[in-house]
Design a protein. Structure first.
Length: 766
């Protein structure tokens, strides 16, 4: 069959230099490279580097850690398929009879693999049709030209949060937080107007003092105290009025700005709590803390100090310009001459400062991220003696922060002195022009003195306004990072018309459920019905989709396909809080907050009485060890429960779930990280917790599922077996292999990886 010439993909990138000569030799000297993808795992899942190159009608490849190349001529019966499992991707080349080749890769290569498959399928379709087949617009993202995964309706790259440079206009969005305080803001503005006007009175009074008192005195005239007194009184009165009005407006506007900052922090934090787990999965704790803390503080300082100074400067310049023109228009024009040059400088550096400060904020987030990683994990750091390593990480982040700041300081250090130079030159020009007009008797010495006094205020305000550029761009960058959070829409939205959800029986129905993380399919076409009060045990290897399925049932994420129904109601039509109020969750690693034990148990029901708390603790077999603590239920729990053992933390977690009396119960590896004796205590507590509730339990230890009504075995996001322990053992399938592997591991016999990559438990099954 003749080779069909097909244009390369629009996003094709050149072949890496270290592969070019060998790959071109395998393809042929005149052949074109259509696309390529590197693979980085060999058949034993060891890291290495290999490549797959697609040319015109030919596929060539060299597998990782192998010296020889392989080649395949394209025919119409070839197919190239991929799938992933537990973070490892697999690419299979097959014909109509058998599988020809298998490559494995980490998911960092997934995008290149998708591009390779898109081009490969296009050539194969062209060979089948006998003529070139054009690419469908539905196969490639129109924005980034990335191939879409089959069945996907959106691009995984374009749906990620886009980075956009901050804009000064972002600051105007703060009006939604300032609007409730518009009365106080208006009062502060009027006080500012009065205070600024009062500061302009003293220079005006210097004209008669010079012309009517001091200059006549130098000519031999006497000084009349009654002439001087009103002017001095006016100077004193203006100073007192300016001080009192300035104090009042500063106090009012500072109070308002603090409240705006507090509202901004509260709104951002409350919105953050409403976002789905998917958002937090892509964010660093230190970065989010910096946004809510440092950025809101910066905005508050800008509103209370810098914006106030800027408004005062503008008023001062406008009012001073009016007075100058009323005294002498020509001298006023000379005074205003530097303004266009200063405006040009501000325009020149504004964008550089804005983008620079936004970058500084992001780099500073890297510094706080190191702190947020290291301080909570200080026990692990010390246990593995990695203090020097973490210190080096901090040094590197701090060094990066210094480099970014130094680059910006080069621009800022040139800008501010340039503005000062222009104002000094402007003052020199005014002196020269004023002396010339005095010499011509167009103005008096007193008028020139007043002019110079006003000009001193005028140019000092110009210099101050030039400095506001820096703080304004810092505030704009901070506001942009805050509104990045506020503009993010949760992937688990609240329904427009929620269905009431009060009385819950506990039936759970999964109808052809599918779910994707980005472009990676995790759950596929999964259907299951759980009856009220039934206990289901989820079994499967790591990465089979058990925890993801539980997250979907809890509605931490929304399904991509199908639906999840509780008592016949789609959970997406329920208020999130109303639905989750009926779910009790016990995790493998229970999280306890800093506070008393009683507060941690009552976390899901803050108004619980002490009797209710004690009853829940008794049912969770936690009452005895709590009473042995120095302050009993009032004993403080360290951060993340560091003062308690793993089993004690788990029993408090069970008591927390018992207290809310949920109809739906989720147990996620609740006993996997404790010893056998503690497991027995926890198991007795779980027996009390499970009774009468619809329960879904995840466990690698099959001994913890002996009371389950049914066992559901999952593999690669699908249900492969369902039944009781005896029935599944009789099938000799995936569950049987897992059970036998656990038994061999405990008995000390040879341990082999069971088919299907099922995990082996560490304890003897029941």
């Amino acid at each position: 069959m003749p080779t069909l010439q097909i244009p390369p993909l629009p996003f094709a990138t050149p072949l890496p230099e270290h592969w070019q000569s060998e790959a071109q030799h395998m393809l042929g000297v005149k052949a074109k490279v259509q696309t390529w993808a590197e693979v980085d795992l060999d058949d034993r899942l060891n890291f290495g580097l290999g490549i797959i190159v697609l040319g015109d009608g030919r596929l060539v490849a060299r597998a990782p850690n192998e010296p020889d190349w392989q080649t395949w001529e394209l025919t119409g019966d070839l197919s190239l398929k991929h799938f992933d499992h537990a973070g490892v991707g697999t690419l299979e080349l097959s014909d109509s009879v058998k599988r020809l080749k298998v490559w494995r890769y980490t998911l960092s290569q997934n995008l290149a693999i998708l591009r390779l498959i898109t081009e490969f399928d296009l050539q194969v379709r062209s060979l089948r049709a006998g003529h070139p087949v054009t690419r469908s617009s539905e196969e490639i993202c129109p924005k980034c030209k990335t191939p879409l995964e089959p069945g996907a309706d959106e691009c995984a790259i374009c749906t990620h949060e886009l980075h956009t440079p901050p804009s000064t206009w972002t600051l105007f969005r703060l009006w939604r937080f300032a609007k409730p305080y518009r009365g106080q803001l208006l009062a502060g503005f009027l006080l500012m107007l009065g205070s600024t006007a009062a500061t302009l009175i003293p220079p005006y009074l210097t004209m008669p003092l010079m012309d009517e008192v001091l200059i006549p005195f130098q000519s031999g005239a006497d000084i009349d105290p009654w002439t001087v007194a009103p002017y001095l009184g006016g100077l004193l009165g203006a100073a007192v009025i300016s001080w009192s009005l300035g104090w009042a407006k500063t106090y009012i506007l500072a109070i308002v700005s603090e409240r705006i900052g507090a509202d901004l922090r509260t709104t951002t934090y409350e919105h953050l709590l409403q976002l789905s787990l998917e958002y937090f999965g892509g964010k660093r704790t230190g970065d989010l803390m910096a946004r809510i803390g440092s950025e809101t503080d910066r905005i508050c300082v800008f509103l209370s100090l810098h914006l106030l100074d800027f408004a005062t400067d503008v008023l001062m310049i406008v009012m001073t310009a009016i007075i100058l023109f009323s005294i002498n228009p020509w001298l006023a024009l000379v005074t205003l001459a530097p303004l266009p040059f200063i405006a040009w400088l501000i325009h020149l550096v504004r964008d550089k400062l804005r983008t620079g400060f936004e970058k500084i904020d992001r780099v500073w987030g890297e510094v706080t991220n190191v702190l947020a990683d290291t301080i909570p994990g200080i026990r692990v750091v010390k246990a593995f003696a990695q203090e020097k390593r973490e210190s080096q990480r901090f040094r590197e982040a701090n060094r990066h922060n210094l480099i970014v700041n130094d680059r910006l300081n080069k621009t800022w250090s040139l800008f501010s002195p340039s503005v000062s130079l222009m104002t000094e030159i402007g003052l020199l020009v005014v002196w020269a022009f004023g002396i010339w007009q005095v010499a011509r008797h167009d103005i008096t010495v007193g008028m020139l003195t007043a002019f110079l006094a006003y000009i001193g205020r005028f140019y000092s305000r110009l210099d101050s306004m030039s400095r506001i550029v820096s703080v304004t761009q810092k505030a704009a960058a901070g506001a942009k990072r805050i509104f990045d959070i506020l503009d993010h829409v949760s992937n688990v939205p609240e329904p427009t018309n929620p269905v009431p959800f009060e009385s819950v029986k506990g039936q759970i129905e999964l109808r052809e459920v599918g779910f994707r993380y980005g472009n990676r399919s995790v759950i596929r076409n999964l259907s299951l019905t759980i009856q009220p009060g039934e206990m289901i045990g989820l079994v499967g290897h790591s990465g089979s989709g058990k925890s993801t399925l539980v997250n979907l049932i809890c509605r931490f994420y929304d399904v991509t396909d199908g639906s999840i129904r509780v008592d016949g109601i789609d959970v997406r039509s329920l208020r999130v809080a109303d639905y989750r109020r009926h779910i009790g969750l016990v995790l493998q690693d229970p999280f306890l907050f800093f506070g008393s034990i009683a507060e941690n148990i009552a976390y899901g029901k803050p108004d619980a009485t002490r009797q209710e708390i004690i009853a829940a603790a008794r049912a969770a077999h936690a009452h005895e060890f709590i009473l042995r603590l120095p302050l009993g239920y009032d004993s403080l729990v360290g951060e993340r429960g560091q003062g308690l053992s793993g089993g004690e933390r788990q029993r408090i977690s069970i008591a927390r779930a018992l207290l809310i009396n949920p109809r739906l119960l989720i147990l996620d590896e609740a006993t996997s990280s404790v010893d056998s004796e503690t497991e027995k205590e926890i198991q007795r507590a779980l027996d009390n917790l499970v009774a009468g509730r619809t329960t879904i339990a995840i466990a690698h230890r099959l001994s913890t599922l002996h009371k389950a009504d049914r066992l559901v075995v999952m593999d690669r996001g699908e249900i492969v077996e369902v039944g009781s322990h005896d029935a599944l053992m009789a099938q000799k399938g995936a569950y049987h292999r897992l059970y036998e592997a656990q038994a061999r591991n405990v008995d000390g016999g040879p341990v082999s990886r069971p088919e299907g990559n099922m995990d082996r438990a560490k304890h003897e099954p029941a």
